[in-house]
Write a protein that binds this ligand. Structure first.
Ligand code: HEC
Length: 303
């Protein structure tokens, strides 16, 4: 096998090995970045919703109470404020969703779906669990979700969620006396659920891996081509010349030095050495022939 072919195979093997490892590492890193990015987005949405809830309780509800007394106004309801704000936000980013759902909701639109009921059960069973996360859907509709439990931690909530007779009459008139009551302190009464699309982040990660592999391939191919050209010029070509010199020296009468272009560097020294070896062999042969002729004459004289 020619030297270039042998080197090409070795370089190709090293390239495949190197690129597979680099590609794998890059894929792992990008996948982790993608996950962190999606998780951060989900966390920010959840925290935004929680901030709106807190703002409503701390700032809006007291002002409304001063102005309207005990009159009920939906703007004072933390869940209404949070869902309403997030609804406006998700209208601009339709792939994102935010929901607060419950097994026994005040607003029937907030009734937990079968899947959400499963999440709520997990929160109820494990009192210490603060978050559930994972992925749902497939293909372009694949979403990363984060769910957090809503627990009854404040007695202020009981005003509207204990019994209908304590709740503001206007609220009972609007939502009815059957839903969203009977909640107990400390209970997991609902959950916050945010869904973030994973396709754009995954596409970004995939592109980054492609760019890494593409740039590595270009650098490798360029280096390999330059290396093989240099190998041909400085090693294979002089070697071929030397082989011809050695061949000529071994089979032809003359060393044929003049017929071959001069070879530089270490190959040049080898070239000279072959030519010298050939002339030494020629001289030795000449001496040997002369001696054997003289011996023959001597033998003839004696006999
Ligand atoms: C002034 C009355 C009022 C107070 C106080 C109140 N809520 Fe509500 N809550 C409501 C109403 C009304 C809704 C339905 C809002 C809507 O239309 O989406 C609701 C909705 C909810 C929901 C969404 C599920 C559902 O029932 O539709 C959760 C969860 C919730 N509230 C939890 C709480 C918690 C926790 C507190 C205490 C921090 C609290 N609420 C305080 C009136 C109240």
């Amino acid at each position: 096998m020619r030297i270039e072919t042998r080197f090409t195979w070795i370089i190709a093997f090293c390239f495949c090995f190197g690129v597979s490892i680099a590609g794998y590492i890059s894929y792992k890193l990008e996948a982790r970045h993608a996950y962190e990015e999606v998780k951060l987005k989900a966390d920010m949405l959840l925290e935004t919703a929680l901030s709106v809830r807190a703002y409503t309780v701390d700032e809006v509800a007291p002002v409304l109470k001063t102005i309207n007394g005990n009159e009920f106004h939906a703007s004072q309801v933390p869940s209404f404020a949070a869902q309403n704000t997030m609804h406006r936000l998700t209208q601009k980013f339709p792939d994102y969703t935010y929901r607060e759902s419950s097994l026994n909701p005040t607003n029937l639109a907030d009734r937990a779906s079968d899947w959400e009921v499963g999440l709520l059960r997990e929160f109820k069973q494990d009192g210490k669990r603060r978050e559930l996360l994972g992925e749902t859907g497939s293909g372009k509709d694949r979403h990363f979700y984060v769910a957090r439990p809503i627990r009854m931690t404040s007695t202020a909530c009981l005003q509207c969620h204990s019994t209908p007779d304590v709740a503001p009459p206007a609220m009972v008139a609007k939502y009815g006396p059957y839903n969203g009551f009977g909640w107990q302190m400390g209970d997991v009464i609902g959950l916050q659920l945010v869904e973030v699309p994973t396709a754009p982040t995954q596409a970004k990660a995939f592109n980054s891996v492609l760019v890494t592999i593409g740039s590595l391939t270009s650098v490798f191919v360029l280096t390999a081509v330059v290396f093989l050209l240099l190998l041909k010029r400085h090693v294979t070509h002089p070697l071929e010349l030397l082989t011809r010199v050695a061949h000529a020296a071994s089979v032809e009468q003359k060393a044929g030095d003049a017929d071959f272009p001069s070879v530089g560097g270490q190959f040049g020294e080898l070239h000279q050495a072959i030519v010298r070896l050939r002339s030494s062999v020629d001289r030795a042969l000449m001496l040997f022939e002369r001696d054997s002729k003289r011996n023959d004459k001597h033998d003839d004289g004696q006999s």
